[in-house]
Design a protein around this ligand. Structure first.
Ligand code: ZN
Length: 342
C-alpha cells in the first residue's frame, strides 16, 4: 500500500535542453538529440528507482512540452501557423499551433518512448499524455470551431495512441487535464465524455491528473486570487467518481484545497500530491508524512498513492532529486505506522 509515483515530468539535464524554463529549446539536434533524449530517460528512471519511487515515468524527457510533444505528430495541426493566445482562461500567453483540417494520427506518437522506458525498468511504468480538454485549450482552431467537437476528435486520436501504448506494457496511462480546474461547466458538458472516449477499451489502469499548474509565476499569481478555499474539485470529483477512470491525481501539499473534498472520490485510487512543485524548498519526510496522514482521513490506505502536486520540469535537478527522496521516505514512514512493510 501507499505506492509512490510522480505526476509525470522531471527536469531535463542541461546537455539536453535549457534548464528552468517551459518550452525549453533543445541543446542538440538530429541523431545526437535522439540519443541524448534516450540517455536522459535512463537517468530519469534511475533517479526515481534510487529514490524509491514505485510507479515510475520517463520524466517526459523526450518532449519539449507536455501538450505540444503530442500535437507535433498529428495531421491537421499546423505548426507553421503559430499564434499567441491566452490559455487557461487567459491566465498566461502561449504560442500555439493551429488546427487547419481534419485530425488524424500520422502513426505512432510515443510508442518508441514507451518501448524504450519499458525495456529499461522493472518497476511499474506510467506514461502521461495530455487530455482532450487541455489540448483544445492549448491550440488555435480554424477548422472545427467547436470546443466539444474538437475535444471528441482529439479523444479519438488519443484513444488510438493509448491502445498502442498500453499494449507495449504500460501499467498506467495518465491523461493530464489541468484545464479541468478552469472550465468547470465544460467538464460536466463534455469533459468526462471526452475522457471516456480517450480511454475506451484500454487494458491498463487509467488516471487523470488535475492540478493548479506548474510552479511558474503566472500560476502562483493566479492561485493568490483564488481565495482561502479552493473548491474547484468539489464540482469535478463527483463526476469523476461516477466515471470509468481508475485514478485521480490531485494537488494537496501547501494548497488551499479542503481535504474533505478527497472523500468525493470514493471508489477511486487517489494520487495525493504531497510534494509542492511551486517551491524549491525540499520537503522533509515528516512533512510528506503529515500531508499523507491528513489525506488518510478521507482516502483508504489501499487507495492512496503518494505523488507530486504536478510536474517537476521547471525545478533545478538537485531539488527534484531531493523531493523524490522525501516523497519515498515520507510514504515509508506512514506505511510503517500502518503496519505495512516499509
Ligand atoms: Zn499538473
Amino acid at each position: 500500500m501507499l505506492l509512490t509515483t510522480i505526476a509525470g515530468s522531471l527536469p531535463k539535464p542541461s546537455w539536453l535542453a535549457t534548464p528552468g524554463v517551459l518550452w525549453a529549446p533543445w541543446a542538440l539536434e538530429g541523431p545526437a538529440l535522439e540519443e541524448a533524449k534516450r540517455d536522459a530517460v535512463l537517468v530519469a528512471l534511475k533517479e526515481q528507482e534510487t529514490a524509491g519511487i514505485d510507479i515510475v515515468t520517463d520524466g517526459e524527457q523526450s518532449r519539449q512540452h507536455f501538450v505540444h510533444g503530442f500535437l507535433e505528430r498529428i495531421e491537421g495541426v499546423d505548426f507553421g501557423r503559430r499564434v499567441t493566445i491566452g490559455i487557461r482562461a487567459d491566465r498566461y500567453k502561449a504560442e500555439v499551433p493551429t488546427v487547419t483540417g481534419p485530425l488524424a494520427r500520422r502513426g505512432s506518437i510515443h510508442g518508441e518512448e514507451v518501448r524504450f522506458a519499458r525495456a529499461h525498468t522493472q518497476r511499474k511504468l506510467k506514461f502521461t499524455i495530455p487530455g482532450p480538454m487541455t489540448i483544445v485549450d492549448t491550440l488555435a482552431d480554424e477548422h472545427y470551431r467547436d470546443r466539444r467537437r474538437l475535444a471528441l476528435e482529439f479523444a479519438r486520436v488519443i484513444n488510438e495512441e493509448a491502445r498502442e501504448l498500453a499494449a507495449l506494457g504500460l501499467d498506467v496511462l495518465q491523461l493530464d487535464e489541468p484545464a479541468f480546474n478552469v472550465y468547470l461547466d465544460d467538464v460536466k458538458a463534455w469533459g468526462i465524455e471526452a475522457l471516456h472516449r480517450a480511454v475506451e477499451g484500454l487494458r491498463c489502469r487509467t488516471a487523470v491528473h488535475i492540478c493548479y499548474g506548474y510552479g511558474i509565476k503566472a500560476n502562483v499569481e493566479w492561485k493568490a486570487t483564488l481565495g482561502s478555499e479552493w473548491r474547484h474539485y468539489e464540482q469535478t470529483f463527483p463526476l469523476l467518481a461516477g466515471s470509468r477512470i481508475d485514478q485521480v491525481s490531485l494537488e494537496c501539499a501547501n494548497s488551499r484545497v479542503p481535504l474533505e473534498l478527497l472523500g468525493l472520490l470514493r471508489g477511486k485510487d487517489v494520487l495525493v500530491g504531497a510534494i509542492d512543485v511551486a517551491t524549491e524548498a525540499v520537503e522533509t519526510p515528516a512533512e510528506v508524512a503529515a500531508t499523507l496522514r491528513k489525506a488518510l482521513a478521507f482516502v483508504p490506505p489501499e487507495r492512496l498513492y503518494p505523488c507530486t502536486n504536478c510536474g517537476m520540469v521547471p525545478l533545478p535537478r538537485e531539488v527534484a532529486r531531493g523531493k523524490l527522496g522525501a516523497l519515498a521516505a515520507g510514504a515509508a514512514l506512514v506505511r510503517k505506522e500502518l503496519g505495512a512493510p516499509a
